[in-house]
Design a protein around this ligand. Structure first.
Ligand code: KIV
Ligand code: ZN
Length: 498
């Protein structure tokens, strides 16, 4: 019989820590429900002590989700654990995830402490968490750089104190696959009582080895993996859920089963990408736009003769429906609804009507409206709720002339207009905007991306604006890149007030 591997998803905690990827509670519930449908065993729903928003999200996700265990992160601090336990009050199955840094770097520079003191704190936190819940996971932060002998002492101590799962994070993404394999094997062989707990992997991708390390950990005996959708996460990200799920499905000889319904992978990938405004790189394994696209003549020829020549997975197994309905200006609401559903977005009728109106406007400007376009439209309907809205924008620009912009804003139902010139259309438009807003704001980062391809494409703009000592992230999308830029700036401004 195959072994069962537990999938612990941390998209809503480690994934959501990425600057610019923050979700509101409603969006987090949407992702959590999709994770439940996908079949994950554990959802790490947040770090409740870190903010009232995270606390509230853990409460609401606990109410919304039935089968998966809901997990809340804490430091090895009693107050954190008290708050996590309160946030988990509605969870049907609950887990507290507590822990502390165990590498010499963390012990010395983060805690100015000693190895013995760290073990004492770890034991105390585990026992304290066990007073609230039966399921306690302990993380040894930076375990990747912790020497194995000491790590084994920590793991043994926390298991004795009641930890049911012990997480061995390669926090800095430093380990080599063989090294990580040896680490897990060492723990399996040297820790007294190791069979009373599950060992968990938690690998970061700084050197591009997160998936390889996770797999090595599993081969050495870890039976839980901590992963995120699309591999999002701090810096270069975490291990991708979809990669691990498909590796185990394609390599049945490994003898490891998960509860993942792989046909839900693509829809949730699209949903997370669109809600977090985080594009998936086109060549990303499993879920990238090109993951199943054969472009060279030799490959196309082979695939047309027999797909097995160049395909190791059936795109349908990951939920990619290649008989896609193509959306054009003649498509009806039902086609739009279908494409949104395929992409994991189920809109209520009145919201669908609004998105459909915007879809018709866009379809008039483009020959074909792509999945990325409709997802953008479905996520871009929150502007009405904002205090500052773009009323109109007119820009004159070109070679050999100065760019001039005039702009109209609606601020809490009052109309304002201004004009300015600049060294380019975006500069002119933002200068005109600043004449109205009159705050000391500095543009720190400005990224433009085309969603798919073609000169009629929708452009996405990500911005970072500094105001009053804080950084704000804004997003805009439009077929006109200057308008998208101004909308991203306005998105930042609307966040100043929160
Ligand atoms: O990377 C890490 O070490 C973590 C822990 C907090 C589990 O995310
Ligand atoms: Zn992490």
């Amino acid at each position: 019989m195959n072994d069962r591997l537990f999938i612990f998803d941390t998209t809503l905690r480690d994934g959501e820590q990425v600057p610019g990827c923050q979700l509101n509670t409603v969006e987090k519930i949407q992702v959590a429900k999709a994770l439940e449908q996908l079949g994950v065993d554990v959802i790490e729903a947040g770090f409740p002590v870190s903010s009232p928003g995270d606390f509230n999200s853990v409460i609401e996700i606990s109410k919304a989700v039935t089968w998966p265990t809901i997990c809340a992160l804490t430091r090895a601090v009693e107050h954190d654990i008290d708050v996590a336990s309160e946030a988990l009050q509605y969870a049907k199955h609950k887990r507290i995830h507590t822990g502390i840094g165990t590498s010499d770097e963390h012990i010395k520079y983060k805690f100015n402490s000693t190895r013995e003191d760290i073990i004492e704190r770890a034991v105390r936190a585990t026992k304290y968490a066990r007073r609230y819940v039966e399921d306690v996971e302990f993380y040894c932060e930076d375990a990747g750089r912790t020497d194995n002998e000491y790590l084994a002492r920590v793991v043994e101590a926390v298991i004795k104190a009641g930890a049911t799962v012990v997480n061995i994070p390669d926090t800095t993404g430093y380990c080599l696959p063989q090294e990580y394999y040896e680490k897990i094997k060492y723990l399996k062989e040297h820790v007294d009582g190791i069979d009373r707990a599950i060992l968990s992997t938690h690998c970061h991708n700084d050197l591009g080895m997160a998936t390889a390390n996770t797999l090595s950990g599993v081969m050495a005996g870890a039976r839980q993996v901590e992963v995120t959708v699309n591999g999002i996460g701090e810096r270069a990200g975490n291990t991708s859920l979809e990669e691990i799920a498909m590796i185990l499905k394609c390599h049945r000889s490994l003898g490891i089963d998960t509860n993942i319904n792989t046909t839900k992978i693509y829809p949730i990938s699209r949903m997370v990408s669109s809600l977090m405004n985080m594009p998936v790189q086109p060549n990303k394994a499993i879920v990238g736009r090109n993951a199943f696209a054969h472009s060279s003549g030799i490959h196309q020829d082979g695939v047309l003769k027999n797909v097995h020549t160049y395909e190791i997975m059936d795109p349908k197994d990951v939920g990619i429906d290649d008989n896609s309905i193509v959306l054009t200006a003649r498509s009806g609401r039902a086609a739009l609804k279908y494409r949104l559903m395929v992409n994991g977005v189920d809109l209520p009728e009145e919201k669908l009507d609004k998105v459909y109106e915007k879809f018709l406007v866009l379809a008039d400007q483009k020959k074909e409206v792509t999945d990325a376009d409709v997802l953008m439209l479905a996520g871009a309907d929150t502007a009405e709720a904002h205090a500052v809205k773009l009323d109109f924008l007119q820009v004159t620009t070109g070679k050999g002339v100065k760019s001039v912009a005039s702009i109209g804003l609606d601020i809490s139902n009052q109309k304002f207009e201004a004009a300015a010139s600049g060294n380019g259309p975006v500069d002119a438009a933002i200068k005109a905007l600043k004449k109205i807003i009159q705050k000391q704001m500095t543009l720190k980062e400005f990224t433009i991306q085309a969603i798919s391809k073609g000169s009629d494409d929708v452009g996405k703009v990500h911005m970072q604006v500094e105001y009053d000592g804080s950084l704000y992230y804004g997003f805009g999308a439009n077929t006109d890149i200057v308008t998208a830029s101004v909308e991203a700036y306005i998105d930042c401004i609307n966040k100043f007030k929160k």
